[in-house]
Ligand binder design. Sequence first.
Ligand SMILES: [Zn+2]
Length: 140
Amino acid sequence: MSLLSELASLHPDSLSSPFWDACKKRELRLQRCADCGAFRHPPLAGCPSCASTRDEWALVGGRGRVYSHTTIYHPALPTVADEVPYNVVVVEFDDAPGARIISNVLDAEPEEIHVGLELELHWDDCGDGVVLPRFKIAQK
Ligand SMILES: [Zn+2]
């Protein structure tokens, strides 16, 4: 299991477990305020827009685009020495405005990734019950 997968298996808490439970079912569900409808991620106990503590977990389609990105060339930890270079992207979604998740684009060279790049969700089964939402460049 890679470091990236190990990080995802860190102990979900009561706030984040609905996200990870949905991932195991290959459903991307993001927290949405049950009162004003504002999305938020990572999960929070209260809505930053209206302070409501009522929330729901909305199913998101999985089509998104790169909001921001970087490429890691230096292996800060020995565990990722075989993985560099790898990208880290912040992804936003049309059907979940305001929520952004941090992930990776699979099968992409660093120079292919740019702000606005259209992505499609790809479930990455890392074993040991860890299923990560990762992305591939969307096919036109
Ligand atoms: Zn709200």
